[in-house]
Design a binder for this molecule. Sequence first.
Ligand code: MIG
Length: 800
Amino acid sequence: MILNTELEYKGNLFPSNIISYKKVVDTFYFTTKNNVVLQLTVQRDSVLRFRYTTTAIFEKDFSYAITKYASRGYNNLEISEDKDYYTVITSKLICKIAKADMRISMYDVHDNSLICEDELGFHWEESHEFGGDIVKMTKTSQNGESYYGLGDKPVHINLKGKRYENWVTDSYAYGKDTDPIYKAIPFYIGLHHKKAYGIFFDNSFRSYFDFCHERRNITSFWAQGGEMNYYFIYGPQMSDVVAKYTDLTGKPHELPALWTLGYHQCKWSYYPESKVKEVAKKFRDLKIPCDALYLDIDYMEGFRCFTWNKEYFPNPKKMVKELADEGFKTVVIIDPGIKIDMNYDVFREGLEKDYFCKRADGPYMKGKVWPGECYFPDFTNPEVREWWSGLFKELVEDIGVKGVWNDMNEPAVMDVPDKTFPSDVRHNYDGNFCSHRKAHNVYGMQMARATYQGLKKFSYPKRPFVITRAAYSGTQRYTSTWTGDNVASWEHLTIANIQAQRMCMSGFSFVGSDIGGFAEQPNGELYARWIQLGIFHPFCRTHSSGDHGDQEPWTFDDNITDIVRKFIEIRYQLLPYLYTAFWRYTNEGIPILKSLVLFDQSDTHTHYRNDEFIFGEKILACPITEPNAKGRRMFFPKGRWYNFWNDEVVKGGQEAWVDADLDSMPIFIKEGAIIPKYPVQQYVGEKKIDQVTLDVYYKKGREKSELYEDAHDGYDYKKGRFSLRYFNLVGKKNELIIQQHKSGKFITSYKTFKIKLHGMPFKISKIQVDNEEIAFEDIKVNGDNTIIISKEFTELHVIA
Ligand code: MIG
């Protein structure tokens, strides 16, 4: 007999005292009296995983975020026990686990300083509605602690004082502080007392992070289901935290083909074919470099994926070929919604094979998107991903499309309150069957992954190119991304800058914004300022909705066109520099853009800087984000910086005014840097590179630079066919020495470097290359301080 039908409210539940532990190789299991088990895995000396169950039973361990290539192993591992604590020690960290309540505290092994400690620590609430637990964690915020990360949040770079949500959401014309938007990257970095650590909460349910918002000294995170499962990542350098997080969740599987780093032009939509050709021709006529043109949804027949509108595009293969002949790659959009239409083979096949998502009680998940009523493939099913990847055969192999753009993969659904699937929709989740509550945040990621697999297969032997809107941690392994439907406003220029930096510190460097803004229309000034920022973003594409007129480099007046050309040309000159930064990113997980706090965390002035950032390793850039500006004040991090435009030197550690009329922007080069440059090309591969310029910026002291090159596409570089040059610069009062060390089997097409010396403090009287004095006539010292020498030199001495 049931007497009471009221829900028993148990509230927050906590682990009780630890009664036992066991160790299995690199993993400890601590069990409490009330059946909570903490599984603590030592992933690396500086990366510890904490995983909790409240029932003594762990579910199958599965994550879309963690890559199988993640580093494992440690140098040291010890455990000791006293009256109150178990203490796990690695060569980097001390982790104390309190016997009384399972609370955790982490210390630096070298100086015993406290890095991070539980306040209440792990606790949970039982979820009556769905079963399972709402899992929670609270930690004490340390004195002066700042917080960074969380992917694409359009908020101040320092996250302190606010609460954020991770739930992938289509957010047309989002604004400053809109939350959540397109991406869910539940990874943050804490920084206090000059030391940084990271926490990656690998839980794909809707989750929240609160950084001293609800309670002043408390940081907490929780999720509406799943496990309390997080990785603690110690730096102490923030750049190491980011690199280790990226190692854990994956670096891009391939370097991007160089053309993907060129300038791209997009619009919703360019059609018919004659319009696309007109845009292409205009780029070449006006000599504005461009590598890719995009086709938005109108290229399809009634928005059916993998079809073409034959009226607008009667012969796509021919068009794609003709564009390719002019140096343009064609990229097309593909959405997840498949139109319900028995005469459409993709739909019929998906139906026959049972590949579409279903509601809990059986009916298909039906939702309205561009094609009208649609069903949606369950991309969390590996068999569906395999099928989907095969659908790209014709587009890529036959028609010659070079890249695919995945949109609406949050998944977005029109005319419903939540803008997405209802939570009861079922998913395969690679055999871990679940509802949309768990699969929502990874749906777009798995679509991009399936698309990537298709592009990889059919682009072979060239590299794949994918761009996605939705993402979860780890998506950077497969694809590039953009920041979604922004707005043509000055405020959004600032937002784009922050978002790109934030994505980079969240492990996802291949990112850019819709240059000029997607919604509404910029004026020429705003467009020019946005291009100036955009050339420093790893992904560089103009895109707009087209509802409010054109948005091409020539849309405004001639003066603007000239400015846009000038900056895109700088982008093309810097391609070897950017490519080298990508190589570092794909190899070591070093972010391509570095916010100043990432560049120099020891200087507290950097902890709240939004605007300035380091592009690659050596270039400091700062966009102008206000109208009518003739320049701006900006902060210079420590070191000495050369003004890119006039070589004037600014001493770091201070704010200073920088002139920057509309045809300019604050760009500075780190003292001692060697910056490689290619000649301007109208598109990647237009010219055979027969000389590389090295801009050398004198420094008293030492500085290292590098230049990575390969065939710029294909996979030979994975077999050692790359060319990696390390340059070691040593500047003295009356001598400048550059040593070069080269590795790799790739033979670059050029034979010489043109060395351009900047900021030389003395007049050159003698030059030695590899210990031989060279007569000035032989090496061509030009009037403008340039020297042309063989690319094979190992040591260059420039002597007063
Ligand atoms: O509901 O494909 O963010 O870049 O141009 C709008 C049309 C759908 C949203 C994307 C935008 C794209 C647009 N899409």
